[in-house]
Design a protein around this ligand. Structure first.
Ligand SMILES: NC(=O)c1ccc[n+]([C@@H]2O[C@H](COP(=O)([O-])OP(=O)(O)OC[C@H]3O[C@@H](n4cnc5c(N)ncnc54)[C@H](O)[C@@H]3O)[C@@H](O)[C@H]2O)c1
Length: 437
């Protein structure tokens, strides 16, 4: 047994997780549950303090889990990056957004690599998890790490293992989602597989760093394109008087060759609206166009406009214009049962409604007030739902289908409901006021 394997088996390894967000924190939880010691690194001192006080920073990792991690004595968060020296590995989970020109914004990967290079030690394993274009680890991360004077694959080890976190998914957790791992060398791959294998049920080794990077991109492009396809079909079938959601339910009874995807008011989240464009950017360097991705992007970004048009048509039927109408938007988060606002189409819907002169409020049990985003700052607070309150709006627009909403009650007490998620599918009475969008 190698010294590394022995260290893992005897639980003497110290795992560093850099970036304690939606991806980093669940990973910390898995390693500590497996009995390994974890030091969490973050530049956000408030996050560090909150975690060290035993409280969580994201809804789907409960406070009790963070308290347990702390009580076990296995986890500590810190903003003192010099402690990287003492970790056996550092797993990087920092954001990878797009710039204003929709190009990969590598600043977080660059900065965290620069930080690690200052404290890098012989024998350490550095694993990148952030979603990015194929080639990032070799072309961006390794050259920065090597400014330390140490050589990748000889003095320190490098892996790429894409995060497949799906916040709010009750069926799969970080532990049960198979983990794809690529290494710079055979030894890097072996070490990374052993480390992740201590906490995660199934490890899927692949031959190169680039295959691991491209795997994540394929998964997200697949979702992005399929969602665009059902969004387009939603609009086409609507013209034909056919309900796309019923069609999908029917098609998914086919036991092979069909995976259901669902239409919505537009794409949201940190991944699907963004990651495919990392590949588009990289493909250009090879003189290639990613036409499927561009087309899917075009259709998906048009969806909020489609929902607004349907809302205007529904009001028009009632002899009302959108200008001056009171609109209540339900669900600010980008998908159901989570508190994440990143790239949420609800934000765009609110801005479009306001641009057209509507008076807009929102309710979201998970988002008591809007949080400033890179390009948006709504500065709004969630309004408490009541029968009287619902009745005071000209239209209630369902943007996110949170499970905790009582849709029968909402329909019963509203004047008009525009449903962009088929959330009211099971509502039996009052259907005449529902318009699907
Ligand atoms: N959120 C998801 O569901 C999800 C799923 C799969 C993959 N991913 C990918 O995982 C990566 C991380 O996403 P996330 O959602 O966890 O982001 P996040 O914004 O929730 O967390 C990132 C954390 O990194 C910290 N950070 C930024 N720069 C740092 C630095 N230089 N040093 C230390 N800490 C730093 C931030 O303060 C923040 O706490 C992204 O590439 C994303 O595409 C996310």
């Amino acid at each position: 047994m190698s010294e590394w394997e022995n260290k893992i088996k005897s639980k003497k390894i110290v795992v560093g997780v850099l970036g304690l967000g939606y991806v980093g924190l669940p990973l910390v939880r898995e390693f500590t549950s497996a009995g390994l010691r974890v030091v969490g690194f973050d530049i956000d001192q408030k996050k560090v303090d909150t975690l060290n006080s035993g409280r969580s920073i994201i809804k789907h990792v409960p406070h009790s889990d963070v308290a347990k991690m702390k009580e076990s004595g296995l986890f500590e968060a810190t903003s003192d990056m010099s402690r990287i020296r003492k970790a056996d590995s550092v797993i990087i989970c920092v954001p990878t957004p797009l710039t204003a020109n929709r190009e990969p914004d590598m600043q977080y990967i660059v900065k965290s690599s620069e930080t690690i290079s200052k404290y890098l030690q012989k024998g350490q394993l550095i694993s990148l998890e952030s979603t990015t274009y194929p080639g990032t680890t070799q072309e961006v991360m390794i050259p920065i790490l090597e400014t330390s004077g140490l050589k990748a694959g000889r003095d320190f080890h490098v892996a790429f293992s894409p995060e497949r976190e799906d916040p709010g998914n009750k069926q799969f957790t970080t532990k049960t989602i198979p983990k794809v791992v690529g290494g710079l060398t055979k030894k890097c791959l072996e070490m990374a597989c052993q480390m992740y294998g201590a906490a995660i049920n199934r490890i899927v080794p692949v031959s190169t760093l680039e295959v691991a990077e491209a795997t994540k991109i394929l998964e997200n492009v697949y979702r992005c394109i399929n969602i665009a396809m059902v969004n387009e079909l939603k609009m086409v079938f609507d013209r034909m008087g056919i309900d796309v959601w019923e069609v999908i339910e029917s098609a998914k009874t086919k036991p092979f060759g069909f995976s259901p995807f669902y239409p919505g008011p537009g794409l949201g989240g940190h991944c699907i609206p963004i990651d495919p464009f990392y590949l588009t950017w990289k493909a250009r360097q090879y003189g290639m166009a990613t036409r499927f991705i561009e087309l899917a992007g075009e259709i998906n970004t048009n969806m909020p406009h489609y929902v607004i048009q349907k809302t205007m048509d529904a009001l028009n039927e009632k002899k009302k214009s959108l200008r001056g109408s009171k609109v209540l938007l339900l669900g600010l988060a980008y998908k159901k049962d989570i508190d994440d606002l990143r790239e949420s189409p609800s934000i765009e819907l609110i801005e479009l409604l306001q641009e057209k002169g509507a008076i807009v409020d929102y309710n979201d049990p998970y988002v008591p007030q809007s949080i400033k985003q890179r390009q948006h700052d709504l500065q709004m607070k969630s309004k408490k739902l009541s029968e009287k309150m619902l009745a005071s709006y000209d239209v209630v627009l369902i943007s996110t289908d949170h499970s905790c909403y009582d849709y029968d009650w909402i329909v019963k007490n509203s004047k008009l409901v525009v449903d962009s998620r088929n959330a009211t599918a099971k509502v039996s009475s009052g259907r005449e006021i529902i318009v699907k969008a």
